[in-house]
Design a protein around this ligand. Structure first.
Ligand code: 4AZ
Length: 249
């Protein structure tokens, strides 16, 4: 997160870190993406977090794939690491355009019922332009690979679709699609999600409205962050679990 401030995960217990020490090792507990709990045994994240490009192989080969909850500081011995039993990638996800960038993870153990964040349905006031929103993550704080150890959050605004289209008209930097994305930022730049925050939550009015997905750089003026819009995916998120990890992979 660029331009953010430290926050305690106790105040936003639905924010989780995706981890694989096997793949990502190091001093940051193997954190590689963010996520958000939407039910006691269910987390949503960005589909691109599960891509071979990010994972270095197929998701089913990530043997120590865990969700870290209740841990503000990645080096601290606190919270819980819960194994991921299975993953469902949104069948409408289009890696070429980033449309529908969402996947569901099934957890082997349940989180407390109060540690989940409901998603905002279509038409919810939380999507209205100008709404104050907060993005959370352990990602890059500078745009130069300075990954955080502690959870951070930045305050941004939901932007009008016209502004998002103007920023991303479909050139080399990508195309904004109002049906499947929401964009947020501040016009002068300096507050944004960045690499490593992907899959983490954008929250407005106490509802989940987006997942960190893509953008042109981090924190640049006139380059808002682009988020997966939750409303069109609520039915997919609520589908019953598919069962075994093999079946889900
Ligand atoms: C990334 O590379 C990434 N500024 C995530 C979010 C944004 C840009 C890049 C938005 O994962």
């Amino acid at each position: 997160v660029i331009g953010g401030a430290p926050v305690n995960v106790a105040d936003s217990p639905w924010v989780v870190a995706l981890s694989s020490r096997d793949r990502f090792g190091g001093t940051r507990a193997g954190q590689f993406c963010g996520g958000v709990a939407v039910a006691p045994t269910r987390v949503v994240t960005a589909a691109h977090c599960l891509s071979r490009q990010v994972l270095g192989g197929p998701v089913e080969s990530v043997r120590d794939f865990r969700v870290i909850t209740g841990r503000t500081e990645l080096r601290a011995d606190e919270g819980r690491e819960i194994e991921v039993a299975g993953a469902r990638v949104n069948p409408g996800y289009d890696p070429a355009s980033n449309a529908g960038d969402l996947a569901v993870l099934e957890l082997r153990e349940a989180l407390p019922a109060g540690h989940v964040l409901p998603a905002a349905a279509a038409g919810d006031a939380a999507y209205e332009p100008g709404t104050a929103a907060t993005v959370y993550g352990w990602g890059d704080t500078s745009g130069f690979g300075d990954y955080a150890y502690g959870l951070r959050a930045a305050q941004v605004s939901v932007l009008p679709d016209d502004d998002c289209r103007r920023a991303y008209p479909g050139d080399a930097d990508g195309q904004y699609r109002a049906d499947s994305m929401v964009c947020a930022g501040v016009s002068e730049g300096g507050k944004d999600a960045c690499q490593g925050d992907s899959g983490g939550p954008l929250v407005a009015r106490g509802r989940l409205i987006g997942l960190v997905s893509w953008g042109r750089g981090c924190g640049r003026a006139d380059s808002p962050g682009v988020y997966t819009r939750l409303a069109p995916l609520i039915d997919f998120v609520k589908e019953p679990a598919t069962g075994s990890p093999a079946a889900a992979a």
